[in-house]
Design a binder for this molecule. Structure first.
Ligand SMILES: Nc1ncnc2c1ncn2[C@@H]1O[C@H](COP(=O)(O)OP(=O)(O)OP(=O)(O)O)[C@@H](O)[C@H]1O
Ligand SMILES: [Mg+2]
Length: 292
């Protein structure tokens, strides 16, 4: 699907169950046109990962995800040789009796390569969406390697030569900012800060993602969540928690959010013991938020 305007992207993304504001839609449009990666940064649970997933749903492009973590290296991200298969091949060769040169050529051919997400994205015959999730969790060395890859989308595999991307992937990197990313990486990307949505947008998100919820219940859920959010907590509820809670209340078949209901389902919204205690001390006020 070739999208040509911000409005069209908003429309298309809504169809993929993701609500974009203008800045998100503009970033998606530009990234597609300029072949630049998006670097989406922001607090937990505001829709950074789902941005890439929804874009892949909208465009029907395959999603390839690289989940970053401490210690992630090229072998896990790009490719590895399939040692087991190589070993079996060597054993088979002993009985066949070929030359060592032939065997070596064979052992380091594509047949024995285990492509990991980055190589998959590069060698894919069609355009793909490449999600490099939580890049801030990877080590600085890996970030440097990634930067190189993002700038020319080719890799050299010593035994095979250079592999170039046939089609530039649509790349989304996400970060929770547990550490600062390099200036070079930022420069390479279209930077997109995703924050908590305003009340109107969040209400729309609830209605979009919680099938069958009434407008009234969605409003009451949101009133409670937004009240909790401005309390001084270690971790405030994000869109994820809002949606979980709204779903739970719906499953329970409740329309009224009274103290009892809030108390019994609070752990879906607030996930730190200290925070729970604080919120529990305010149940009356919370239930009052939920009165129309
Ligand atoms: N704009 C949006 N429209 C529709 N759904 C959204 C939107 N933003 C977030 N969500 C929903 O909120 C939930 C959390 O989103 P997601 O997992 O993408 O957050 P995240 O920013 O990647 O969080 P984390 O930093 O913890 O990984 C998902 O269920 C997602 O579908
Ligand atoms: Mg995420």
């Amino acid at each position: 699907m070739e999208v040509s305007s911000v409005e069209e992207i908003k429309e298309g993304m809504r169809g993929a169950e993701y609500l974009c504001d203008d800045s998100i839609a503009t970033a998606l449009l530009l990234a597609g046109r300029m072949n630049k990666p998006i670097l989406a940064e922001g607090p937990a649970g505001v829709g950074k990962t789902d941005l890439a997933k929804a874009y892949s749903r909208m465009t029907s492009l395959e999603l390839i995800r690289l989940q970053c973590y401490e210690g992630l290296d090229e072998a896990k991200a790009l490719y590895e040789w399939n040692y087991k298969k190589q070993l079996l091949r060597i054993q088979a060769d002993r009985s066949e009796g070929g030359t060592w040169e032939e065997l070596e050529d064979d052992l380091f051919s594509e047949d024995f390569l285990l492509p990991r997400p980055l190589l998959k994205a590069i060698t894919s015959p069609g355009r793909v969406v490449l999600l490099v999730d939580e890049v801030d969790k990877a080590d600085v060395e890996f970030e440097a390697f990634l930067l190189e890859l993002l700038s020319d989308f080719q890799v050299s595999i010593p035994e095979l030569g250079t592999v170039e991307a046939r089609m530039m992937p649509f790349v989304v990197l996400t970060s929770n900012r547990t550490r600062d990313l390099s200036e070079a990486l930022r420069r390479r990307c279209l930077f997109l800060y995703i924050d908590f949505p305003d009340a109107a947008r969040e209400l729309e998100i609830i209605r979009l993602r919680v099938p069958g919820i009434t407008e009234g219940l969605a409003r009451r859920v949101l009133a409670v969540v937004r009240y909790i959010r401005q309390m001084d907590l270690k971790k405030v509820p994000s869109i994820s928690e809002t949606l979980d809670w709204a779903n739970a209340v719906r499953v329970l078949g409740k329309e009224v959010l009274d103290e009892e209901l809030i108390e019994s389902t609070l752990s879906l919204l607030v996930k730190e013991q200290k925070d729970l205690e604080k919120v529990q001390a305010n149940l009356k006020t919370l239930a009052r938020q939920a009165l129309d």
